[in-house]
Ligand binder design. Structure first.
Ligand SMILES: Cc1cc2nc3c(=O)[nH]c(=O)nc-3n(C[C@H](O)[C@H](O)[C@H](O)COP(=O)(O)OP(=O)(O)OC[C@H]3O[C@@H](n4cnc5c(N)ncnc54)[C@H](O)[C@@H]3O)c2cc1C
Ligand code: SF4
Length: 556
């Protein structure tokens, strides 16, 4: 299909993933269609994570020829994953990166994934929507930024994806109140503590929302409640693109090319248009020609690739005519509070995501800070529990005692909406990786508002655990979820992509991952990233955005 040709699949509902669980066999890859590098495909997608997978699946169903390259492996849950914390570190992106700023953010296991399925392979499984207010924080609260799109633009895509994953949870009273397609899961000891403490403290809490099948779903068995969601869910009860959107993309002719690290987006400097990508596979350089490219490599690698792709026509990197690439990178403040109970809690005997509250999500005019936080059960496994205890300064015999006492602890986590700041940024470092390419340097400094939110969130969690009967409470500060770095904006002076995800100044280059978020709310981001990708695919497939014409707002 060409961008100028007829769209074969006019029936838009035909682009969605079937909601009967029938498309869940990742082994379809044995029969995958394969393109020659010399073929000019309609679209190359860089990264098969939350954003890249949904874009690939939707456009493959719409009849586009799509090659999706991922730097990591094509995982097989049966043979590659183990229910073992230590042995699961291969799931993370551990290539070297530099961190700096006044509040450096540790990267690696807590921030990004590698391989087909992306970070959703080891995400916890929480799938809340953003609130309508998240799209206009500048107007409503005088902080952050207004998005060039609003909640109603994403709402139908949220609804489709909640059915496709599918999502289980109680009716949701916050933001835009809504229901979920699957009933909530039963809760374990940690969830019961949260519900009990929240009720006693006058805080509303709900079970869910999680992208974990409640009961058998098509080829997917039900959850066995063993708590290894952050280690890849060998069972396939937890949804990730590897077992949802990727198999469907394969069935509709997309090619997924694993172990292929894209090092450069190729540009014809005469026209200013993208012609394909250059990538390394087993140390050998290859190229794939394409009529358009969509980058979906996560918040650090996406800005890095834009910077690495500089040419004489784009000397500062692609989309960087206004020095915007890498800026406004955000991370949520994620303090974690544990409470010790006389009864055995055994928090590991359930998915870590069970119960959550968005009662403190919105700005409270009576408080000295803007925006808010959510609270969720987190249930660390033993190694992560040891990290919690050592972060409190315990070592030696006290550490051993906390570890022996593990079954008596319940743990909650908060997600605080840290605000975007232009100085929080990815740049290229002097240091190079094993391919000789400059690594990313990520500088991060908190604002005063961020610090106030962290303390308030901590207080709310400690209150819940105290009133639930905890005898001892310990809190540590953490970060979670990187987004931003190539944000969506109305004008090229304020961001890197327009409302259609098109890079300002490069007509056939798109960014379709978490790096386009202008603000992050206090919700986990994966469902919103998938919804953005579904919307972008819909607009491309229906030719509401053309890769053959420049963006009106940003063309040089
Ligand atoms: C421990 C943990 C728990 C989480 N829990 C939750 C949760 O419960 N709910 C939630 O909503 N979110 C959660 N998240 C966050 C969520 O998983 C991410 O926000 C989301 O997956 C990001 O989507 P993305 O498309 O931007 O990138 P990703 O899903 O990370 O996909 C990026 C892909 O690009 C590939 N890639 C990168 N660079 C290149 C390159 N140069 N060439 C080729 N391929 C490349 C990577 O290998 C990766 O597969 C969690 C994250 C972590 C780390
Ligand atoms: S608890 Fe359920 S969703 Fe989590 S890893 Fe186990 S089977 Fe998968």
């Amino acid at each position: 299909m060409s961008f100028d040709g007829d769209i074969k699949a006019r029936n838009e509902s035909a682009w969605l993933l079937p909601t009967d669980g029938s498309r869940t066999d990742h082994r379809l890859r044995a029969d995958m269609r394969r393109h020659e590098p010399t073929d000019e495909v309609d679209l190359v997608v860089v990264g098969a994570g939350a954003g890249g997978s949904v874009l690939t699946q939707r456009l493959a169903r719409a009849g586009w020829s799509v090659v999706c390259l991922d730097a990591g492996p094509f995982w097989d849950p049966d043979t590659d994953w183990v229910s073992d914390e230590r042995a699961s570190h291969t799931l993370y992106w551990t290539d070297p990166r530099q961190i700096g700023g006044k509040d450096p953010v540790p990267l690696g296991s807590n921030n990004s994934g590698r391989g087909v399925g992306g970070s959703m392979i080891h995400y916890a499984g929480y799938t809340p929507r953003f609130h309508p207010s998240d799209f206009r924080t500048r107007t409503a609260d005088g902080v952050g930024a207004d998005w060039p799109i609003g909640y109603p633009d994403l709402k139908p895509h949220y609804q489709h994806l909640e059915a496709e994953l599918p999502v289980a949870g109680q009716d949701w009273p916050w933001g835009d109140p809504h229901r979920y397609p699957h009933h909530p899961h039963p809760v374990s000891g940690n969830g019961e503590i949260f519900l009990r403490g929240a009720a006693a403290a006058g805080i509303t809490a709900r079970v869910g929302p999680v992208a974990i099948t409640n009961g058998r779903f098509g080829n997917r068995p039900h959850c066995i409640y063993r708590g290894f969601c952050l280690q890849g869910c060998k069972v396939n009860a937890k949804a990730s693109p590897l077992i949802t959107h990727i198999p469907d993309a394969l069935a509709h002719g997309a090619e997924i090319r694993p172990d292929s690290h894209v090092t450069r987006v190729l540009i014809d400097d005469r026209t200013g248009r993208v012609t394909g990508v250059s990538y390394l596979r087993a140390g050998v350089e290859h190229r794939q020609r394409a009529r358009a490219v969509a980058i979906a490599g996560y918040s650090i690698e996406t800005p890095r690739l834009l910077l690495l792709s500089a040419t004489p026509r784009y000397p500062g990197g692609l989309g960087n005519d206004h020095d915007q690439v890498g800026r406004y990178l955000m991370v949520q403040g994620a303090p974690q509070t544990a409470g010790r109970f006389d009864d055995e809690i055994r928090m590991y005997k359930a998915p870590p995501p069970e119960v959550s509250s968005e009662q403190f999500y919105e700005t409270d005019p009576g408080k000295p800070y803007q925006r808010g936080w959510s609270i969720q059960t987190v249930s660390p496994l033993p190694i992560t529990w040891a990290e919690h205890v050592t972060a409190q300064g315990h070592w030696g015999e006290p550490l051993r005692e906390y570890m022996r006492d593990y079954v008596h602890w319940a743990t909650l986590g908060a997600l605080c909406e840290f605000l975007p700041d232009p100085g929080n940024r990815v740049t290229l470092a002097e240091e190079t990786d094993r391919h000789g390419l400059p690594v990313a340097h990520f500088a991060y400094t908190q604002t005063e508002n961020d610090r106030l939110l962290m303390r308030a969130a901590q207080d709310s969690m400690e209150t819940i655990l105290h009133v639930a009967g905890a005898r001892e409470v310990i809190t540590i500060d953490r970060y979670a979820h990187l987004v931003g770095g190539a944000r969506m904006a109305t004008r090229a002076e304020d961001g890197v992509v327009d409302a259609d995800h098109r890079v300002f100044g490069v007509p056939n280059l798109f960014i379709v991952d978490g790096s386009v978020l202008p603000t992050q709310g206090a919700a986990n981001p994966a469902l919103t990233i998938m919804a953005l990708a579904a919307r972008a695919a819909h607009r491309l497939a229906t030719r509401q955005v053309h890769a053959d014409t420049p963006s009106p707002a940003g063309a040089p």
